[in-house]
Design a protein around this ligand. Structure first.
Ligand SMILES: Cc1cc2nc3c(=O)[nH]c(=O)nc-3n(C[C@H](O)[C@H](O)[C@H](O)COP(=O)(O)O)c2cc1C
Length: 390
């Protein structure tokens, strides 16, 4: 995949179109890219390596682009194996390379590379330190817990390029997603992978606001060159946990289909009441990461679930635990439960929902006995009105 940044700054990353699950949990129908960049100046700096899955193709890109030169510095912005997985190979190729990282990078590095790599020259950098490569100069900006403790980003001032680590990353192999809308898969990536760390992202955005950035080079997804305010604005909204759009996610957990019917009818009522956007999602079958994305995207959510063994049907419990771990907050929620002898789904959902920060649960609670009857419609309408007007 040809990605152009400049004569001196080259893309040498690789696409992975055969991975079944990214991080062993996210479906990536269009694959993912592992980005890696070379800065060719008097000194040559390599900005991260790639996952071992892409090592062979990456090594070819590296050697072709080096055209006989050697790598002087390897800047390690993040030690997760999808980026650090080829450090060992790099060191075999260039034993003289100097590894550039911060104190936390070098504290963690031996966990991944107990031998060999640790014998390389190391340059430990801290906030604001610079590294001159000739006409290019890198400034290092620490980004702890975006989303690992050792994360740092690098700003190249002569071409105004921010190497943003996993920030501004996106699912999708570059060769398969050239014309794709950025926000959809960037949002799914953000909330599922970085979502818990809104405050550290805010801290990084504040530092980035002081930099004159023309290009963002993330570790996954496309290089961003135009309209940067759009991407940065979305990151600002997401990391503040503010809803991006007005709308309602109706998420349902149904064993035999009766709660599904209630969810769909409620969705229709919400549309009739003029709600801007209504998404009805099946938690048992749809991609959980996608539903989590929608939960954060919209300002309201209705949870509809069957009672199960004195609690709630497990896919709803799983969904709520995911939201809890991603610090879901600042939203309005309504609830529908279904049960045949002792409905208890709402109580179980409420126990988790009550741990969310700044969440309003609206009344009434709708309790369905096995199947939806005409007599249920009045309470359902009341809930739809409360959600539509929230
Ligand atoms: C394994 C299992 C456990 C259940 N546990 C409860 C329960 O604790 N309380 C209850 O009222 N209903 C319980 N139910 C019944 C369902 O919640 C009820 O039939 C509901 O209407 C199913 O809705 P659905 O058609 O959307 O799946 C259970 C059903 C199953 C299969």
């Amino acid at each position: 995949m040809k990605v152009t940044i400049s004569d001196a700054i080259r893309y040498i990353g690789v696409d992975d179109t055969t991975i079944d699950l990214f991080e062993s949990q996210y479906v990536v129908p269009e694959g993912v890219s592992y980005n890696s960049y070379l800065i060719l100046d008097e000194k040559v700096a390599l900005m991260d390596t790639v996952d071992a899955r892409g090592a062979e193709a990456w090594e070819k890109n590296l050697m072709d682009t080096l055209a006989g030169r050697k790598v002087d510095y390897l800047v390690i912005s993040h030690l997760e194996p999808d980026h650090a997985g080829s450090i060992g190979r790099l060191v075999e190729l260039f034993p003289e390379v100097t590894l550039v990282g911060n104190a936390k990078t070098f504290a963690m590095l031996p966990q991944f590379f107990p031998d060999g790599v640790m014998e390389c020259e190391k340059l430990t950098v801290k906030e604001g330190d610079t590294l001159s490569l000739g006409s290019h100069t890198l400034t290092f900006v620490m980004a702890p817990m975006v989303h690992w403790p050792e994360v740092m980003v690098s700003y190249e001032s002569s071409e105004k390029v921010l190497f943003s680590a996993d920030g501004f990353g996106k699912f999708g192999a570059l060769s398969l997603t050239e014309d794709a809308d950025w926000a959809c898969e960037a949002r799914r990536y953000y909330f599922n992978i970085v979502g818990k760390y809104g405050n550290p992202v805010q801290a990084l955005l504040k530092k980035a606001a002081g930099l004159d950035i023309a290009t963002i080079c993330p570790l996954h997804g496309p290089v961003l060159k135009e309209n940067l305010g759009y991407y940065i604005g979305l990151y600002d909204t997401w990391s503040k946990y503010e809803p991006e759009s007005k709308g309602v996610l109706v998420a349902y957990a149904s064993i035999h289909g009766n709660t599904k019917k209630v969810a769909e009818a409620l969705g229709q009522m919400l549309r009739e009441k003029g709600v801007e956007k209504v998404v009805v999602s099946d938690l048992a079958r749809e991609d959980m990461a996608e539903v989590i994305e929608d939960a954060f995207r919209y300002d309201r959510m209705v949870l509809c679930a069957a009672s199960y063994d004195g609690g709630v049907f497990p896919c709803m419990q799983d969904f709520l635990h995911h939201l809890q771990s991603k610090a879901y907050q600042k939203r309005t929620i309504g609830m529908v439960e279904n049960g045949s002898w002792a409905p208890c789904a709402a109580k179980a959902m409420r126990e988790i929902v009550d741990t969310f920060k700044d969440v309003t649960v609206v009344e009434p609670l709708v309790t369905i006995r096995s199947t939806m009857k005409d007599s249920d419609r009045k309470t359902m309408e009341a809930l739809a009105t409360a959600i539509a007007e929230a």
